[in-house]
Design a protein around this ligand. Sequence first.
Ligand SMILES: [Zn+2]
Length: 214
Amino acid sequence: MPRYVDCPPELASLFNEAEDIITPLFWDFKRDPEKGAITVSSERYVIYRGNSMAVALRHQLESVLGPGAGVAIYQIGKATGAADARYYFEKTGIQDQELKLAMGPVIFALGGYATVKILPESALIPNEDFLLVYDHPNSYEAEAHIKAGLPVNKPVDFLNAGYSAGWCSEAFNLKLEAKEITCIAMGDSQCRFVMAPCSQLRNRVKEIKAKYSL
Ligand SMILES: [Zn+2]
């Protein structure tokens, strides 16, 4: 079974292959403080503290955008997820859609966002029937809110939701959106997400909530 991704057995070989491709790239991690630089396989990276990105950024954006702050953070995630996907697809030369998608959760784990658990309702179909149902165990966004002791009455994993939607949209060349339906920062037992084409998302969320009695 894959080391960083929890998935149904029929997807194990796919995620194993993705881990074999991505992991060596991420192990080539170099700090060069004399130049103020960090690189992963010669590509420039920057490190942000999890709490700063999850809590401080949200508070700052809420002060100017109000309830729109979550959407703004989701869009930051979506832009970075899509851009990272395009970069890694070109760097690795991978053409297969499913393998492109499978590299996303591996990058996610190696980047410190969370791990990913793919649930069996998922259907990697390159049309309107695409569906991804997944959890993000050990999410940095939820953990930051819990550690800060913040009262939370809605899911908080906006960047993580956006990143995964951006990555998978690039992999399958679809306009996908993701919605977090339960969140450990609210006291739920997992951070669970539903991803589908925009036109299908509302109904898919209803179906999955009904299935899991959420
Ligand atoms: Zn969450």
